[in-house]
Design a protein around this ligand. Sequence first.
Ligand code: SAM
Length: 221
Amino acid sequence: MPVKPAKKFTSKRLSASSKAYLNRQAADSFVQAARAQGYRARSAFKLQEIDQKHKLFRHGQTVVDLGAAPGSWCQVAAEKVGPTHKGGGRIVGIDLLEIPPLAGITFIEADFTSDEGLGQLLPHVQPEGVDVVMSDMAANTTGHHATDGLRTMALAELAADFALTHLKPGGHFLTKVFMNGDEAKLRDTLRPHFTKVMFVKPGASRAESREIFLLALNKKA
Ligand code: SAM
């Protein structure tokens, strides 16, 4: 079926940057595909591509999604891991924002970096441990690239601490970082603990964005 040309946002009540964002979203083929396939966000395709290439998920696993709203990474994981109510694994997502429910997936509305947030998450992962920890957490942008990069890197470092503590042997860790010169340090911290550590830039990650993903495969025992 031919795809209808995207409607243009021209309202005078929108700022130029909001109009540019809305028009870019409307014309974006990943946004259209997400809508057509029932994913809550275009970022679903980033995780799908990484999983297709590196085989992160298997049926019955326990997966923790840090910064899970609106839930598209959980949707992708659930397709492979299988939601709990269908005899599958366990998926737990945490975010500052409320996430509309998805069957068989546990969502926690809390700050992952707070004792309270961690306290809510831990009962879902202990004592068995986790097979995949994934973090797409991004700090609220200030518009200042260096500050935004540093704040998101701090979140990635906390996600890495969590993964190193709670991943089972053989488990995988995936996190978003922004390229700002510090990303190699986190890669080097992870290297001794995993069989393979690499940066990946999936096709759905906008080429002009400094976003890149750090992937650590097969945690050593
Ligand atoms: N992977 C998600 C998906 O596909 O639906 C999109 C995640 S979005 C890019 C980043 C999320 O990180 C935001 O929803 C934001 O609220 C969340 N976040 C940022 N800091 C956080 C924190 N300290 N604790 C929990 N979530 C956080």
